[in-house]
Design a protein. Structure first.
Length: 283
């Protein structure tokens, strides 16, 4: 039975929770989760990889069991989240590692790659977007807030923070909704209901435009460094479309692109399949 440890580490005064498993002298995979989840989303994947790889999955700042300081003490931007995770990798001693990026984990991980390309041994993107053609019309309300950050446009985004919206994100595009465990979306809703969490998430919706602004630099990284890359995509994702996966090959012709008949949270239904693809890819 795979042993998974659950730990917290102080990163320059910021407590980061993380899951860790596998041989510490093995090749490392850094798993970076998305909205509105936490490292809990990797609960099935970690044991499937840990027999061969050293696997580390932190909760991003403001998510899961990591610190969620007040907005007065910590500005919730993707630059700041990436800075904390970058320092996290240094504090726990990661020298070189592959990144598995999903949703918010993509702009976080790609920022690490821009800053330290020599540390990144491979990129696995599971519905982790870096191209404008990957953005669906589901982003329209958020883009409206980018263009006009009014109180009304901010309030309109609260629809994405409801329990019904979380359940929909987990089950949309899944052929059999009964195959999706309630554990994931129930825990996400618990964290979203914490006092102050709503404003944190609304801040990040607003700052997502900084990620789109960095897309050209992310693409430059893919083109210049040509990292080993696997894009494995739930093709029915309502937010990140298949053209976003296919676009990786434009800048990195060696990228491997695979599509799964599922939605945004592909690990909920295809953890075994994704683990096998990762094992084959990294071997």
């Amino acid at each position: 039975m795979t042993k998974v440890s659950f730990e917290k580490v102080n990163v320059d005064g910021f407590n980061v929770f993380y899951r860790e498993a596998g041989p510490k002298d093995g090749s490392t995979i850094l798993l970076l989760h998305g909205f509105p989840s936490s490292s809990h989303m990797f609960r099935d994947l970690i044991p499937l990889l840990a027999s061969r790889f050293h696997v580390v999955a932190p909760d991003l700042p403001g998510f899961g069991q990591s610190d969620m300081p007040s907005r007065e003490k910590f500005r919730y931007t993707f630059d700041n989240i990436a800075t904390v995770i970058d320092r996290f990798t240094e504090v726990i001693g990661l020298k070189k590692f592959s990144i598995y990026v999903f949703d918010y984990g993509a702009p976080t991980g790609f920022r690490l790659a821009l800053k330290h390309p020599e540390r990144i041994t491979a990129v696995i993107s599971q519905n982790g977007n870096a191209y404008e053609e990957g953005l669906s019309e589901g982003w329209n309300p958020i883009q409206a807030y980018w263009k006009n950050p009014s109180d009304a446009n901010r309030a309109a985004l609260r629809q994405f923070l409801t329990p019904e919206a979380t359940f929909w994100q987990y089950t949309h595009g899944v052929s059999d909704a009964t195959a999706v465990s309630p554990d994931g979306y129930s825990l996400d809703n618990f964290y979203l209901a914490r006092p102050g969490s709503d404003e944190v998430q609304l801040d990040l919706f607003g700052d997502y435009k900084s990620n789109v602004a960095l897309y050209p630099k992310f693409q430059d990284y893919f083109r210049m460094h040509k990292p080993r890359m696997l894009a494995i995509w739930g093709k029915n994702d309502p937010f990140f479309l298949p053209p976003g996966a296919e676009a990786f090959r434009r800048d990195n012709p060696n990228a491997v692109v695979k599509f799964l008949d599922t939605g945004h949270f592909a690990l909920e239904t295809h953890a075994d399949h994704i683990a096998e693809e990762i094992r084959n890819f990294l071997s």
